[in-house]
Structures are given as C-alpha cells and as structure tokens.
Design a protein around this ligand. Structure first.
Ligand SMILES: NC(=O)c1ccc[n+]([C@@H]2O[C@H](COP(=O)([O-])OP(=O)(O)OC[C@H]3O[C@@H](n4cnc5c(N)ncnc54)[C@H](OP(=O)(O)O)[C@@H]3O)[C@@H](O)[C@H]2O)c1
Length: 240
C-alpha cells in the first residue's frame, strides 16, 4: 500500500517542490490550493483557504471522498502544514489587520486544521510543520511573522507528545531564506538582497526550494521515524 501525503499550499513555492519530491520518492500526494492549482502534476488538488475555519468540515469531507474514491483508504499518512505568507513590518508599524492575517493562516488556521485532520491521519503517520529560521535569530521587520512561527514550534512539541501513543511523529522544518515567491520574490529575484543574506549564511547563499523539499521529505522518511518533537533548521547555517 502506498503512503499518502497532504500538503497545504502545494500549488507553488516550497509546497510545490515538496509535492514533487514526495512524488519522486514514490508517495501519493494530495495538495491544497486557494485559487490557481498550478501546473498539472501527478497529484490531487483540493481547494482550501487555510484560516477559513468554518470551511474545514467541508474540506475534511472532500478529503475523505478523495481518500476513499481514489486510494481506497480512510486515512492518510503525512501532513505537511506549509501554506503561509510573509508580512514585513517593524513592531511600530505592524497593523492589527496584518497581525490578524498572519495569526489566521500561520497559527490559528494551522492549529485547527491539524485538529480537524487528526482522525484522518493514520497511526504511525507523520506531521511536518513549517516554521522559519527567524524564530531562532532576528531579522528586521519580522516580529509578528516570526512570533507566529514560534507558536508553531511550541505547538509541534505538544502535538508530538499528544500523538505519540498513536505512533505519530510531529516535527518542525525551519527554512532559512529560500528562493520562492515569498516576500514578493526578493529572495529569488533581488541580487542585492541575496548577496546581503549570503554574507550571514555559512554556506554562502540562499536556499533553493528543492533543498527545503529534500529536508521535509527526509523528515517523512522511514529513516527519521525516531525523531519527534524536534526543530530541524535548513538555512545553510544562517547566523551561526
Ligand atoms: N521562502 C522562504 O524564504 C521561507 C523561509 C522560511 C519559512 N518559509 C515558510 O514556508 C512556507 C511556504 O513558503 P513559500 O516560500 O513556499 O512561499 P510562497 O512561494 O509565497 O507560497 C506560499 C504558498 O502558501 C499558500 N498560502 C498562503 N496563504 C494561504 C492561505 N491563507 N490559505 C491557503 N494557502 C495559502 C499560497 O497559496 P496562493 O498561491 O493561493 O497564494 C502558496 O501556495 C510558509 O509557511 C513560509 O512562512 C518560507
């Protein structure tokens, strides 16, 4: 029986790279998207806006339908909570609206989506939650964003403890700056920003989506089954 992964925000960026890496590794993939599902890949797209908690019952129903009709299963194996946005503002400038948007997708949305999906995750399944290097070191203008990710890291430790009796592991992957659309694409497209960051990254450059996807895939693999409640940073050694 093949293993099934569910990735939020799998239409582009790190979520898309992770979907492709998991497919390459022989897993079945279901991914969520808000609007455009992205270029067609060998995976099942499902619409979901993370943070719209009132739609989660309907999402779980649609997911159950896919699991049953397409895979003959009642559960899935890997949950990757990836969807997210960045907001760049100092503490002094952060608006209530921006704060609430971050809270809703990164923290409130992830918490209750995970809660909703717990009965659908198979025993001995795996959860990977995306955080950020910015939850360990500081970067100008990321107080609200990084604080939400800090909450994700604490949540993940509690999740690991609570789900251990079912043999389910829960870990955090915390990427450093990675070349995606994130932050308007500056980490991919702005050579000045990339060069500035390269100076504080031990390995001397920003990360590529495939490098983060590789770490997430490894954390879902058989060889990492004894790791739970941990934070794995994939930043090329930023601010060591
Ligand atoms: N790239 C980095 O440098 C970096 C570093 C550390 C951590 N991260 C984290 O890694 C994750 C992925 O980031 P990325 O670099 O792949 O960013 P990205 O290229 O901007 O992609 C973000 C993805 O999240 C989805 N998304 C955003 N808000 C959503 C919502 N409310 N509901 C559903 N989907 C939503 C987007 O969907 P749409 O296409 O519909 O917008 C898109 O699929 C995020 O949690 C981010 O905080 C990224």
């Amino acid at each position: 029986m093949s293993t099934i992964a569910l990735i939020t925000g799998g239409n582009r960026g790190l979520g898309r790279a992770t979907a492709l890496a998991l497919i390459d590794a022989g897993h079945e993939v279901i991914y969520t998207h808000r609007g455009d599902p992205g270029e067609k890949i060998d995976a099942v797209p499902l619409e979901l806006t993370v943070g719209d908690i009132e739609t989660y019952d309907d999402f779980a129903d649609r997911l159950r339908g896919v699991l049953r009709d397409r895979f003959g299963r009642e559960d899935f194996d890997f949950l990757v909570n990836n969807a997210g946005v960045g907001v760049h503002a100092t503490v002094a400038e952060t608006s209530v609206e921006a704060f609430d948007q971050l809270l809703n997708v990164h923290w409130r949305g992830m918490f209750f989506l995970t809660q909703k999906l717990l009965p659908l995750i198979a025993d001995h399944g795996r959860i990977v939650n995306l955080s950020t290097g910015l939850a360990r070191f500081t970067g100008d203008g990321y107080a609200a964003y990084a604080s939400m990710k800090g909450a994700v890291e604490v949540f993940t430790r509690y999740l690991a403890k609570e789900l251990a009796p079912r043999g389910i592991t829960a870990n955090v992957v915390a990427p450093g700056p990675s070349a995606t659309d994130f932050g308007g694409g500056v980490l991919r497209d702005n050579e000045q920003v990339r060069a500035g960051l390269a100076k504080v990254i031990a390995l001397g450059r920003v990360g590529e989506p495939e490098e983060i996807a590789g770490v997430i895939t490894a954390m879902l693999g058989h060889d990492t089954r004894w790791i739970t409640g941990q934070r794995i940073e994939a930043s090329g050694g930023m601010h060591l």
